[in-house]
Ligand binder design. Sequence first.
Ligand code: ADP
Length: 165
Amino acid sequence: MVKAVFPGSFDPPTYGHVNIIERARSIFEEVLVVVAINAGKHSVFSPDERLAFMREIIAPWPNVSLHCYDSLIVNFAKEHHCKVLLRGVRSVQDFSYEFELSVMNKGLDPDIETFFMPTDSKYFVLRSSAIKELASFGGDVSSMVPPVVAKALRRFHPDQRGQPE
Ligand code: ADP
């Protein structure tokens, strides 16, 4: 039985991330979703907000757990006895970035393997950064992110600030 770590910024989580978790949880004994806290990387949503989104998203799934971590992800994997780092891939560009990252992680800890999961075609255009921009112009993001995230994104649109959530 193998446990997988699914790390990410999740700033914010999209249906693309949700789809990866949902598929992975039927393959692995447990999926540990790790919200990366990177002091050097600017995030729009705070670590607490990103954790709260994820907590609500994974609530129905007993073999998915939520964590945060502010150091090397291979160390987290080792501490939690996980052999697999799971990463989603949307495009060739994603793959070349993810491939380099996986080589680096393999160098740091040869016992941990990176598994790539291709995005479902429904979600390949979903990108947290583009969704935040769309929301700031008042675009409808309800087909792209779970309701808890769509509500929070309303604060980015001037006309919708202060509206009841
Ligand atoms: P990071 O800053 O670690 O790249 P992200 O939250 O952007 O964090 O992404 C976490 C993981 O989810 C990455 O492996 C990324 O490629 C993957 N991912 C992001 N969006 C999608 C999507 N729409 N479909 C599948 N995988 C995705």
